[in-house]
Design a protein around this ligand. Structure first.
Ligand code: FMN
Length: 360
């Protein structure tokens, strides 16, 4: 048996779909299949011109000269075609689509009935090639693959589609540092390749193992969105104007409040909007067991009790140390160096603290 594995991610080997395809190919090879692996991005494959010359003047041969001259014979020899593609706008990547459009010389122009539907006969062979689909997606729900699966089922014909492996929420799978997390899943995928080679399909047991590891409950999906948003946010350029100030239902602290509440309300009144023009930031103070935060929205500043979800800067300090720093009894920079308090997030705000909050 011969198989071609077509990799459709522009990320080449540093891609989730490559890792899935590669492990599947290992299983095929373990079962004795001769596997040809084709990384599409490394090849020059022009768009199909739609001229049908391959169906008319030069039957079976495209008029364009590029790497399809080498790839097409390999695909024609194969009994199994494995397509490994990330989901791009609910479909295969453009690389995969260009490749698929360019395999039409393999077919004849005539229309025949096969398994109850119209198709083109394969040129020079009665061999019915099998198609196996591998796809990975950024979104966490399996339903995002519906359109892709449907289109590949039509492409393969009712008896040609031998199965699929669909991995939602796959972004981390492309990262080198996360490969260990997927060890067990990769073993199942390798086993799936072995079973497709031996039995023509993945066993129920292996299918279940893969699906269970890659299906998420509503609660997990919601958590996934939250973590994914934090990840993307952490990669944004740190422009103050882009800081998201979440809706605050809480009532701002007032000078007439008791204890630390009054202290932070007082600090908010000392805000100087000219220190950093257009500043949008959340400055949080985790003092002993209490948290307070100041929301700065350009010209305004309000203090709140409690922790904010995404502070720009967080000062973690024993309450007495921070009090002494703010009263000028302790030097802020030296105390930080001595480890009397810690800062997380944007340090600029801490460095400019004396300018941002000024005694009037
Ligand atoms: C242009 C583009 C379109 C995408 N469209 C979708 C999409 O429709 N649905 C989805 O769940 N993820 C989508 N993604 C996310 C990828 O499927 C996801 O990042 C995947 O892990 C990439 O796989 P790879 O590492 O094999 O390239 C898209 C990514 C890009 C760059």
């Amino acid at each position: 048996m011969k198989a071609v594995v077509i990799y459709g991610s522009p990320r080449q080997k540093k891609s989730a779909s490559y890792h899935v395809g590669d492990n599947f190919a290992r299983g095929l090879k373990r079962a004795g299949v001769q596997v040809e692996e084709i990384m599409l991005i490394k090849h020059k494959i022009k768009h199909c011109l739609g001229c049908y010359t391959c169906w008319t003047k030069t039957p079976g041969k495209c008029i364009q000269r590029d790497d399809m001259d080498v790839i097409l014979p390999k695909v024609m020899e194969a009994d199994l075609i494995v397509i490994a593609t990330p989901l791009y706008i609910f479909q295969a990547t453009g690389l995969v689509k260009d490749f698929l459009d360019r395999i039409i010389p393999m077919a004849e122009p005539y229309l025949v009935e096969l398994d109850g539907t119209t198709t083109h006969p394969m040129r020079g062979t009665t061999k019915r090639r099998k198609i196996f689909l591998i796809s990975v997606a950024g979104f966490p729900e399996r339903s995002h693959f519906d359109g892709l699966v449907l289109s590949f089922k039509r492409f393969a014909g009712p008896k040609g589609y031998v199965g699929d492996i669909l991995i939602p929420a796959s972004e981390m799978m492309s990262k080198d540092g996360f490969q260990r997390e997927y060890t067990e899943l990769y073993k199942d995928i390798e086993q799936a390749g072995f079973e497709v080679a031996k039995n023509g399909a993945i066993s129920e047991e292996t299918k279940k193992a893969i699906v269970e590891k890659t299906t998420y409950t509503e609660e997990q999906v919601s958590k996934f969105r939250h973590v994914a948003n934090k990840y993307w946010k952490s990669l944004q350029p740190k422009e103050y104007s882009q800081v998201q100030l979440s809706e605050v239902d809480a009532v701002p602290l007032k000078m007439s409040d008791k204890g630390m509440g009054a202290f932070f309300a007082g600090m908010a009144t000392m805000y100087n909007p000219n220190a950093i023009l257009g500043l949008k930031a959340v400055v949080q103070f985790n003092l002993d067991d209490d948290s307070f935060h100041l929301i700065i929205n350009e010209t305004e500043c309000q203090a709140y009790e409690g922790a904010h979800e995404e502070p720009t800067t967080t000062i973690i300090s024993p309450a007495n140390v921070w009090m002494d720093v703010s009263m000028g009894k302790l030097d802020g920079a030296q105390s930080l160096m001595k480890g009397l308090y810690k800062v997380e997030g944007d340090m600029t705000i801490l460095m400019k603290m004396n300018k941002i909050f000024r005694r009037k």
